[in-house]
Write a protein that binds this ligand. Structure first.
Ligand code: G6P
Ligand code: MG
Length: 211
C-alpha cells in the first residue's frame, strides 16, 4: 500500500523532545516567562527561532534581534550538553524495530526533522545508514507545520506524497504530514494529536500493517 515511511526524529526515534523541553524551560524561566508541558506541546516540531518567538511572545518585554540570537544560542548550548552523552541505548523502545520492519516489508525509510542537530543525534544513535533519505533544517525554508519538509522527503525518495506514511509526536508535525497529503501516525495522546489518522501511545505499538 505505501512505498515509504517518513519518521520525525525528536520524540519518535529518541527522547530528545525531553531535552528540548528542559532547555527551553530553563531559557524561558531565565526571562521570567512561565513554562509548562502544555505550552511545550506548541513548540514541538517548530524550529529554533520559531520556538523562541512563541516563548518570548508570552513575556512582557520586546527583544532586539541580537538578544534573540543570544538566547537561541544559550538554549542550543544547553541542549548540546544534554545530547553529548547519548548512545544507541537512547533509541526509544520500538524505534529500531519499526525501522527494521519498514525495510523488511520492502519500503523506503525517510527522516524529516527541522533540527539543526539532527545529524549529530543520528550519529550518536548510530542509525544514519538506516534512512534512505534525510531532510533536516539545512534543506528547507519553512519549519513544520508547513508541509515542505515531508514533501521534500517524498520528492527525494522519488515518490508521491500519497505513497508515504508519516510518523510524528508533535501537533505541528502531524499538520505538516496532513497538509503534505500523507497519512499520519501520531505517537502520543489522541487528545493532543487530533489531526492524526492513527495514534499509538509509543513506538512499541507501531505496526505497519495497521495503517
Ligand atoms: C525539532 C524539535 C523541536 C526543536 C527543533 C529545532 O523539530 O521537535 O523541539 O526546537 O527541532 O531544533 P534545533 O536542534 O535546530 O534547535
Ligand atoms: Mg518530534
Amino acid at each position: 500500500k505505501y512505498q515509504a515511511v517518513i519518521f520525525d526524529l525528536d520524540g519518535v526515534i529518541t527522547d530528545t523532545a525531553h531535552y528540548h523541553y528542559l532547555a527551553w524551560k530553563r531559557l524561558a524561566e531565565s526571562q521570567g516567562i512561565p513554562f509548562d508541558e502544555a505550552f511545550n506541546e506548541e513548540l514541538k516540531g517548530v524550529d529554533r527561532m520559531g520556538s523562541l518567538a512563541l516563548i518570548l511572545a508570552r513575556g512582557s518585554r520586546s527583544y532586539t534581534q541580537e538578544e534573540k540570537l543570544a538566547l537561541a544560542d544559550a538554549k542550543n548550548r544547553h541542549y548540546q550538553e544534554l545530547i553529548a552523552t547519548m548512545t544507541p541505548q537512547d533509541l526509544l523502545p520500538g524505534a529500531l524495530e519499526a525501522l527494521e520492519a519498514v525495510r523488511a516489508a520492502g519500503l523506503k525509510t525517510g527522516l524529516a526533522s527541522v533540527s539543526k542537530n539532527a545529524f549529530t543525534v543520528l550519529d550518536r544513535l548510530g542509525i544514519r545508514e538506516r534512512f534512505d533519505t534525510v531532510v533536516d533544517a539545512a534543506r528547507i525554508a519553512n519549519s513544520k507545520p508547513h508541509p515542505e519538509i515531508f514533501l521534500t522527503a517524498a520528492a527525494q525518495l522519488g515518490l508521491a506524497p500519497r505513497d508515504c506514511l508519516g510518523v510524528e509526536d508533535a501537533v505541528a508535525g502531524v499538520a505538516s504530514i496532513k497538509d503534505a497529503g500523507m497519512v499520519a501516525v501520531g505517537v502520543g495522546s489522541p487528545e493532543v494529536l487530533r489531526r492524526a489518522d492513527y495514534v499509538i501511545p509509543s513506538m512499541r505499538e507501531f505496526r505497519l500493517g495497521d495503517y
